[in-house]
Design a protein around this ligand. Structure first.
Ligand code: NDP
Length: 308
């Protein structure tokens, strides 16, 4: 049986590429010297395209793929995918939700604990021999009994909330609409939530609709004893204000997995001891990335088998 052609738009993990190649005639747009020429000559052959939250897909790219019926994306975020335009053209867009909830929630907890307990700073303290020289590290901050505010209480936010309960935290949240089944304190005003919380964790989608939702005012309300954790997208926070407030001490600490212009991180953060940085690793475990890859494949298989 001849294999269905599938166009891969950007680099993927080797496991996913291999699984796709077992089932489909995979062609890699990113490996073409002249991608536009390749598309002009070949685009009509592809009913399916594979992308990722890192590569995304724009309306212009969708226009270059006249026969594509399904776009299967690696990742849960849709901010880099023009889903509305794809849908207006009758193209289905599939992502990989749920399988990454636990690991992304674990990253949020890791960053919260690492920032509040000065984990990375104290690791440096030991390596630099300062402990051995008789210096003592300043006391850090605990989270038990403190209010932690979640900005977003969807699939991942709900898992973070459960884990926070296990650490003895008092969980509150802000979303656009109250979640009737959630047993946590709801704030319709984000500044009020920040003012009442010891830490704020961003876990809402990126994109234009949420740009700068975590504003300077919100970060100032969190204050010098507060900790900001971002496992959502860099665009949800006013990054310039975040850097300034961390530098001046008007905001206490931060744990950041995501940035506005990845992989570029504001260099001012490198000098700060009150910040823990990660290179967008929320879902980056072998187990979860494999489960996400399997989901990309089954999304395609289900589509071609005419399953929902
Ligand atoms: P869901 O769609 O399940 O949940 C999103 C939540 O955000 C909902 O509770 C929604 O509630 C809330 N929300 C949306 N807009 C706003 C707003 N303007 N203000 C406040 N709350 C808002 O998404 P997931 O939990 O699956 O994922 C969330 C995001 O996490 C992803 O979109 C992705 O960007 C990011 N992510 C990051 C990863 C990493 O590696 N760091 C890994 C995986 C995901 P309501 O609609 O009522 O406002």
């Amino acid at each position: 049986m001849t294999k269905q052609p599938v166009l891969v738009l950007g680099p993927l993990m080797p496991y996913l590429l291999a699984e796709l190649e077992k089932r489909y005639a995979v062609e890699k747009l990113y490996a073409e010297k002249d991608a536009l020429k390749f598309l002009q000559e070949n685009a009509g052959r592809f009913r399916a395209a594979v992308t990722s939250t890192f590569t995304g897909i724009t309306a212009d790219m969708i226009d270059l793929l006249p026969q594509v019926e399904i776009i299967s994306s690696f990742g849960v975020g849709t901010d880099s995918l023009d889903v509305a335009y794809a849908n207006s053209r009758g193209i289905r867009v599939a992502n990989t939700p749920d399988v990454l909830n636990e690991d992304t929630a674990n990253m949020a907890l890791l960053l919260l604990l690492a920032a509040t307990r000065d984990l990375v700073k104290n690791d440096r303290f030991v390596r630099e021999g300062r402990w051995a020289r008789g210096e003592s590290a300043p006391l850090a901050s605990g989270i038990e009994g403190k209010r932690v505010g979640l900005v977003g209480l969807g699939r991942i936010g709900s898992v973070i909330a459960q884990k926070l309960l296990a650490f003895g935290c008092d969980v509150a949240y802000h979303t656009r609409s109250r979640k009737p089944d959630a047993p946590y304190t709801y704030y319709d005003n984000l500044v009020d939530l920040a003012r009442d919380s010891a830490a704020l964790i961003a876990i809402l989608p990126g994109g234009e609709a949420t740009r700068g939702v975590i504003s300077r005012e919100v970060l100032q309300a969190l204050g010098p004893d507060g900790t900001f954790v971002n496992v959502a997208r860099g665009t949800v926070v006013d990054e310039a204000a975040l850097v300034e407030l961390l530098q001046s001490g008007e905001l206490g600490r931060a744990g950041l997995d995501v940035f506005a212009d990845e992989p570029n991180v504001p260099e001012a953060l490198f000098k700060l001891d009150n910040v823990v940085l990660q290179p967008h690793m929320g879902s980056a475990t072998l187990e979860t990335r494999r489960a996400m890859a399997d989901r990309v494949v089954t999304n395609l298989e289900d589509y071609f088998a005419e399953k929902p």
